[in-house]
Design a protein around this ligand. Structure first.
Ligand code: ADP
Ligand code: ZN
Length: 646
């Protein structure tokens, strides 16, 4: 390499590398300690939430060690589809990197092997199944013999454990790396939280001596909101139009059919939406994923088949139109929003039918009873989150054994106090009015009981509510249900209120829905406590119309152009114009390099440039995300683009 920023010539101090190569001012949270540990040759196990900044934890040690003459770092990653973009991003930053996976033809693979053998690379990405081949191990042997094997980074380390959510048997064989090259430091990274999986990773990868770095799982820039489902499609459309016009997002639905419908509905309404599910042709899926990553403002409507390893930083919202199975799933899916640290929304519409469906899926699954019990427990925790009238963030973190306000990675000596409100979830922003639904719940339960007694069969939710509200429908007359003693005693409640009460009764297991008998309702052992008034039923006041938010235009103060993305929200009119011009320029560069736009520059970096309105190269110094190589490659063009807007 002949560029002035050649790797052999630079500093080996981690902070200097962070600033020079990546253009960032400071390490985040535990990054500095992790980088020090690994650069010095120690092992590390890193637990950090999505978007926490795991990549730099091994990329900076790799650069430091390469500059110190220690050779090549091997990155094991299961996400073949993403290696191309990851390596592309390193190239943009001036780091010599390559990948070996099944997408290369033999000639290309041979070329990468040769460059590895000559220790010309700083980072080599490889899929786990490749690492275990004799050919690859021979390559590593050759490097190790010359002291040119610098580091092993094992990404998505939870894949080694069957307790994790994504077990990959090939990961098991990675233990060979430590046995064969005991002197080479290793860093294993994952965003999976629970203790069982963590212990398993340590055991399987023989990381007993590794230092563990556990980060807070809080994602402060994500705003959680769970709304009552009425007409989910319309609610979603309104949410997107109101809050995220023109921005990238993911909408999760439970079934393929629903994915197709919702994607179509959004497209008809003018939203740039694409479907993604396992039933689509592999080529179509790949094309949609590529467009999502490379184009701006695409909304992906998907089943959970979509998402693992999607590291697009500027996903501005993740919406759930159906209830996930548990909090782990919900947290992982919502975690794909806002990786760039800018505000993102986690929005879910949730209703009675969701509770019924999820319960039924567990009941009807062929799994063993103990397993079903665990699944029910996990579903209950999610339902409690959905029904909660207090801070969602406090509850989410508590689920992962973290007390909000007391992060495990807080700097020593800093005062830590438990907090009850995050101030940015729906319940904190507008505390819901709560009403006491205990009386309504008892009336509902007695009606279910009496109807069953009188008719000998169960009835569905709609009919039960009609009786309680005293409506003489044909069905009521047909079964003489106006004679039931609870007929009309709930006339003061609206149908929405009763639906809410019923949803909560089902959520807490005080009412069961019999799927085999037309979704009829029946009492359970848990009903008695509610009937006796021992279990209070507290419900959020149903708000039929959410308070209108100010439009984006009002919030950002003026620009008549399309909605400004989160990164640019604070810019004035001139800034908006410069930002738009920079984005257009970036799109061209990205296309020419066959890379997603965010690999060239993040929105936040463009926004910072737009704000500064640089007139010369010097004015660009210190912009976050603008490393030495990018400054050299793009600085003049950026200044020219800005000049063109004046
Ligand atoms: P993870 O793999 O943990 O989900 P990434 O490594 O993709 O997270 O990092 C998330 C985002 O944060 C990336 O866009 C990255 O460039 C950015 N980032 C990471 N560390 C820093 C830092 N110290 N300063 C500024 N930005 C950072
Ligand atoms: Zn909150």
């Amino acid at each position: 390499m002949s560029s002035p920023h050649s790797l052999d010539s630079g500093s080996i101090a981690p902070l200097a590398i962070l600033r020079e190569v990546f253009g960032y001012e400071a390490f985040r949270g535990p990054q500095a300690a992790i980088v020090d540990q690994v650069t010095a040759g120690g092992d590390a196990l890193v637990l950090m939430p999505t978007g926490g900044g795991k990549s730099l934890c091994y990329q900076i040690p790799a650069i430091a060690r390469a500059r110190a003459g220690q050779g090549v770092s091997i990155v094991v990653s299961p996400l073949i589809a993403l290696m191309h973009d990851q390596v592309g991003a390193l190239h943009e930053a001036g780091v010599s990197a390559a990948f070996l996976n099944s997408t290369l033809d033999w000639q290309e693979a041979l070329d990468v092997e040769r460059r590895t053998a000559r220790a010309e690379l700083t980072l080599l990405y490889a899929a786990p199944e490749r690492v275990n081949t004799p050919r690859f191990l021979e390559l590593l042997d050759g490097l190790a013999a010359r002291g040119k094997l610098a580091l092993f980074a094992i990404d998505e380390a939870h894949c080694v454990s069957q307790w994790g959510h994504d077990f990959r048997p090939e990961y098991r064989a990675l233990a060979v790396l430590h046995e064969r090259y005991p002197a080479v430091p290793r860093i294993a990274l994952t965003a999976t939280a629970d203790a069982l999986t963590r212990a398993d990773i340590v055991e399987r990868l023989q990381l007993q001596d590794a230092r563990q770095f556990v980060s807070s799982f809080d994602r402060p820039n994500i705003r959680y909101a769970i709304v009552e489902k009425k007409d989910a499609s319309t609610q979603l459309l309104r949410f997107i139009e109101r809050e995220h016009e023109g921005e990238a997002g993911v909408v999760y639905c439970q079934s393929r059919k629903r994915v197709e419908e919702v994607a179509q509905m959004l497209a008809d309404a003018g939203v740039n939406a694409l479907p993604y599910h396992a039933g689509l042709d592999a080529a179509v899926r790949q094309r949609h994923q590529d467009r999502f990553l490379r184009e701006e403002g695409i909304v992906m409507v998907a089943t959970i088949a979509f998402g693992m390893g999607i590291d697009k930083p500027d996903v501005r919202f993740v919406a759930h139109l159906d209830l996930p199975k548990n909090i782990e799933g919900y947290y992982q899916e919502t975690g794909r929003g806002g990786r760039d640290g800018l505000p993102a929304d986690a929005w879910m519409a949730y209703g009675l039918q969701d509770v019924v469906n999820q319960r039924r899926m567990i009941d009807e699954s062929p799994a063993a009873e103990e397993f079903k019990q665990v699944m029910r427990g996990k579903l209950d925790a999610l339902l409690a989150l959905a029904e909660a009238t207090d801070c969602r963030r406090v509850r989410l973190l508590a689920y992962f054994d973290e007390t909000y306000g007391m992060p495990p990675d807080a700097p020593e000596g800093e005062e830590r106090v438990p907090l009850m409100h995050c101030g940015s979830c729906d319940n904190c922003l507008s505390p819901p009015a709560v009403w006491d639904g205990t009386d309504a719940a008892r009336k509902l339960l007695s009606t279910i009981y009496r109807v069953q007694q009188q008719s000998g069969i169960g009835f569905g939710a709609g009919h039960i509510m009609d009786i309680l509200r005293g409506k003489t429908t044909d069905k009521v007359k047909q079964f003489f249900h106006e004679r039931i003693s609870t007929f009309g005693i709930g006339a003061e409640y609206s149908e929405t209120q009763l639906r809410g009460v019923l949803r909560q009764l089902i959520a807490i297991g005080a009412v069961e829905v019999d799927a085999e008998k037309f979704n009829t309702l029946r009492l359970t052992d848990g009903s008695r406590a509610v009937l006796r008034g021992e279990v209070p039923v507290r419900l959020r006041e149903s708000v039929s119309q959410p308070a209108p938010r100010r439009s984006r235009r009002e919030r950002t103060g003026g620009s008549a152009s399309a909605a400004a993305p989160a990164a640019a929200a604070a810019l004035d009119t001139g800034g908006q114009a410069r930002f738009a011009a920079l984005k257009a320029w970036r799109a061209e560069v990205a296309k020419a390099h066959n890379l997603p736009a965010y690999v060239i520059f993040h929105d936040a970096t463009l926004a910072a440039i737009a704000e500064r309105a640089p007139g010369s190269l010097e004015d660009l110094e210190g912009v976050s995300g603008l490393g030495a190589k990018k400054l050299e490659a793009y600085g003049e063009e950026v200044v020219r683009v800005i000049a063109g807007v004046r």
